[in-house]
Design a protein around this ligand. Structure first.
Ligand code: 0X9
Ligand code: ZN
Length: 305
C-alpha cells in the first residue's frame, strides 16, 4: 500500500496495481489496455464483484505525463475502493464495475522521471524532427480532430494532434477498450491538472450540449463538496467556456461516440502557484477532497442521469 506522501514512478504504480490485485483477488485484477509506442504496458485494474455485468465506470489519469498529481489521486481512488471501510464507498462495488488506468501515458510519464519533468505528450516519433517527438494524446481522439484551431499540426507543438485521429497506440488502445465496454459505460472520468476545474463537453465550440443544465448542477454540487475539507475552490463548466478550444480530447470523443451518461474531465490542484510541481504534501489533501466530490457525483449517477 502506498502512503501518498510522495510521487511514485511508473514501476511503483504498476507494482501497486499488482499488489492490490493480489490482496483483493476475488474482486480485483489487472489488465493491459494496450502497449505504448516504446513497448510498455498500459496496466489498469478492474474492480468488480463477480462477473462484469454492472454499469461501468472508467477512470484514467496522466494522459499528460507531467501532471503527476493525477496518477497519485487515481491510485488513492483505487485504494479507497479496495481498502476503505466506509459503507458508502463499499456500496459502489455492489452497483458498478470499475476500470481504472492511473498512467495512461507510460512512456511520457517515465520520461518526466528520467529526463524532462515538464514533458506532456507521448514519445512517438512520427517522422518529425528528433527533438520534436510526441503527440498530445488528448488531441488524438476523433472528435472534430484538428478543427477550429483546438490543436496543432506542428510536431514540435505541445498540442500536436498526431498524424491522424488515433495515430498513437495509447489513444487507440483506450478507444478500443472503452468501445468494448460501451454498452455498460455510464461514467467516463479523466484526471488532469492543474486549475481546479470540473469540465464537461465540449472543447469544440460554445454550443451547449443537450445535457448542459444537468452537468452544471452536478458540477456545482461536486465543487461544493470538494471545498468542504480545505476550502479548495473548484469551478464547473464546459472546456470551451472555462478554458479554451480543445479538439480531439478523450472525453469529447467518449461523449460523442459512446454516449456515456456522464463524461467529466478534472483539472486538479492548483490554480497556478506550483502548477505541475505541486508539492508532495498536497497529494493527500488533494486525494481526500477529491473523494468528497466523487461521492456526490456517484450519488447523482445512481439517482439516474
Ligand atoms: O488541454 C487539455 O488537454 C486539458 N488541459 S491541460 O492543462 N491538463 O492540458 C483540458 C482538456 C479539455 N478537454 C476537452 N477538450 N474536452
Ligand atoms: Zn492535462
Amino acid at each position: 500500500r502506498l502512503e501518498w506522501d510522495r510521487y511514485y514512478t511508473l514501476a511503483d504504480v504498476h507494482q501497486f496495481l499488482e499488489d492490490q490485485a493480489a490482496i483483493h483477488n476475488t474482486i480485483a485484477s489487472t489488465f493491459v489496455v494496450g502497449m505504448t509506442y516504446e513497448g510498455r504496458n498500459m496496466t489498469a485494474i478492474r474492480i468488480s464483484k463477480s462477473g462484469e455485468t454492472r454499469p461501468a465506470i472508467w477512470i484514467d489519469a496522466n494522459i499528460h505525463a507531467r501532471e503527476w498529481i493525477t496518477g497519485a489521486v487515481c491510485t488513492y481512488i483505487i485504494d479507497q475502493l479496495l481498502n476503505s471501510n466506509e459503507t458508502e464507498i463499499q456500496s459502489w462495488l455492489d452497483d458498478y464495475d470499475f476500470y481504472i488506468l492511473p498512467i495512461t501515458n507510460p512512456d511520457g510519464y517515465e520520461f518526466t522521471h528520467t529526463t524532462d519533468r515538464f514533458w506532456r505528450k507521448s514519445r512517438s516519433h512520427n517522422g518529425s524532427p528528433v527533438n520534436c517527438m510526441g503527440t498530445d494524446l488528448n488531441r488524438n481522439f476523433d472528435f472534430h480532430w484538428m478543427e477550429n484551431g483546438g490543436a496543432s499540426s506542428n510536431p514540435c507543438s505541445n498540442t500536436f494532434a498526431g498524424t491522424a485521429p488515433f495515430s498513437d497506440s495509447e489513444a487507440a488502445s483506450v478507444r478500443d477498450f472503452l468501445t468494448s465496454i460501451s454498452s455498460r459505460l455510464v461514467f467516463y472520468l479523466s484526471l488532469h491538472s492543474a486549475g481546479q476545474y470540473i469540465l464537461f463537453p465540449t472543447g469544440f465550440d460554445a454550443t451547449p450540449i443537450p445535457q448542459y443544465n444537468t452537468y452544471m448542477s452536478i458540477g456545482n454540487l461536486a465543487a461544493e463538496a470538494h471545498g468542504v475539507r480545505h476550502g479548495t475552490n473548484f469551478t464547473a463548466g464546459s472546456v470551451y467556456n472555462l478554458m479554451y478550444t480543445a479538439t480531439g480530447s478523450s472525453m469529447d470523443w467518449t461523449w460523442s461516440a459512446l454516449g456515456a451518461n456522464l463524461t467529466l474531465t478534472y483539472e486538479l490542484r492548483d490554480k497556478g502557484e506550483f502548477g505541475h510541481l505541486l508539492p508532495p504534501d498536497q497529494i493527500y489533501p488533494s486525494a481526500t477532497e477529491f473523494m468528497d466530490g466523487l461521492k456526490v457525483i456517484i450519488a447523482e449517477l445512481s439517482n439516474g442521469i
